[in-house]
Design a protein around this ligand. Structure first.
Ligand code: BGC
Length: 318
């Protein structure tokens, strides 16, 4: 009899540990702790470092638990699996930055059925049940990037584009904004758009190939966070810093170093730290039942050149 009791107790332990018991389970915390989940596109990208820090800071301020869960590398299928698993834990709110908006819509709808508030953060999911969007206005940011690129290229020449993804809406919107902005500069020609898979190594190898194939390339433009550092590394290895201009999104440590070395000319910084803070603040108030003040929050971007880099870094986190 005693053995049977022990066996049942052990089995119950396994059952709860596997997350089958429902409720807001959280690693390390009590069952009732309010848990929020952030679903970035990947974990291995330098862009997400500040985003995670912003989440932690806001969670501390609000006295809640928050987790940052994603596939190691950008992967739409794995992201959905992680999203589904998060729902099974019945969290108080979820923020998702979708690798591909189409793939997450069904899970967002399921969250609504479970009364779990979901917002899009960093990249929008239109025509879905998300309650709001917190992040960059990517079309406007793409246009702002076009200005920086044109200025850096003295308004003429050939540019190759490196884009982390063509499924993520933020990348597509940035490209649209960039192209729209470049309409003002007819002497700038986009010679190609390469997909890099949201990794520094992917961007570096695409840029290396481009530099070899097109010796007269004047500039490389990076659409997502790993692209400009990857492009600049290739430019540096080719001994072309300052000859082939590099402009692109996000200020990450590698980009800062390469800008200081003269291998990156302009960076469009989003506000990943503040963006995540605001997203968590919004989820927290939605969970309390507050009414949404805004369905879309544009967190803004800043253009950083070598001459305002120090000031920009002093003002961090953004
Ligand atoms: C984007 C993210 C993306 C990251 C890394 C950022 O510019 O906002 O959505 O995952 O770059 O590629």
């Amino acid at each position: 009899m005693k053995r049977l009791v022990i066996l049942v107790a052990v089995m119950m332990g396994v059952f709860v540990a596997a997350g089958c018991g429902g409720g807001a389970l959280s690693s390390g915390g009590g069952e009732d702790e309010e848990l929020y989940v952030f679903l970035p596109k990947s974990l291995d990208n330098p862009y997400w470092v500040d985003a995670r820090e912003g989440m932690k800071a806001e969670a501390k301020k609000l006295g809640v638990k928050a987790e940052f869960l994603g596939p190691q590398q950008a992967d739409a299928g794995k992201q959905v699996e992680i999203f589904e698993n998060a729902l099974n834990r019945n969290p108080a709110g979820i923020a998702v930055s979708a690798n591909d908006p189409e793939t997450v819509k069904a899970t967002i709808a399921r969250a609504k059925e479970q009364d779990i508030p979901v917002i899009a953060w960093d990249s929008e999911v239109p025509d879905s049940e998300v309650l709001a969007y917190v992040g960059t206005d990517n079309v406007a940011a793409g246009e702002q990037a076009a200005e920086a690129l044109a200025k850096t290229m003295n308004e003429e020449g050939k540019v190759g584009i490196l884009a982390g993804s063509v499924t993520a809406l933020n990348a597509r919107q940035r490209l649209d904004g960039l192209k729209k902005g470049l309409e003002e500069y007819p002497d700038i020609e986009i010679v190609t758009t390469e997909i890099t898979g949201e990794s520094v190594s992917g961007a570096t190898s695409k840029a290396e190939n481009l530099l070899q194939a097109q010796s007269d390339l004047d500039a490389l433009f990076g659409v997502t966070g790993a692209d400009a550092p990857g492009a600049a590394l290739a430019v540096k290895q080719a001994g072309k810093c300052g000859d082939t201009q590099v402009v692109g999104f996000d200020v990450v440590p590698q980009g800062v170093e390469l800008m200081k070395e003269g291998c990156v000319q302009a960076l469009i910084s989003q506000k990943p730290y503040g963006m995540t803070r605001q997203a968590l603040e919004m989820l927290h108030s939605l969970n309390k039942g507050d009414e949404l003040k805004q369905k879309s929050v544009d967190t803004g971007v800043v253009t950083v050149y070598e001459d305002n880099l120090d000031q920009f870094l002093k003002d961090a986190p953004h």
